[in-house]
Design a protein around this ligand. Structure first.
Ligand SMILES: [Cu+2]
Length: 83
């Protein structure tokens, strides 16, 4: 019984963990892309990325990924999504 429960928990935990891991990779891509940019859209992108990072810290990974996509769009950055 314990093994079955553990199995169910692991199946559920895997997608969440994959999502959780996506956020830092998006943050890294954004950091790299705007590292030497100081135009207005880069500023907007940094603000939106900071909001996304907060969502990630709050455990809201799906919303965080959406926020990163929104940030990237605002700053003309192409994000590579983990599959
Ligand atoms: Cu996350």
């Amino acid at each position: 019984m314990k093994a079955v429960l553990l199995g169910i928990m692991m199946v559920c935990a895997v997608p969440a963990a994959a999502m959780a891991f996506q956020c830092p990779t998006l943050q890294a891509q954004i950091d790299k892309a705007v590292g030497n940019r100081f135009d207005a859209s880069a500023q907007t992108l940094r603000q939106k990325a900071a909001m996304a990072a907060n969502l990630h810290k709050a455990g809201k990974h799906a919303e965080s990924v959406k926020a990163y996509e929104d940030a990237a769009k605002a700053g003309n950055v192409q994000l590579m999504m983990k599959k």
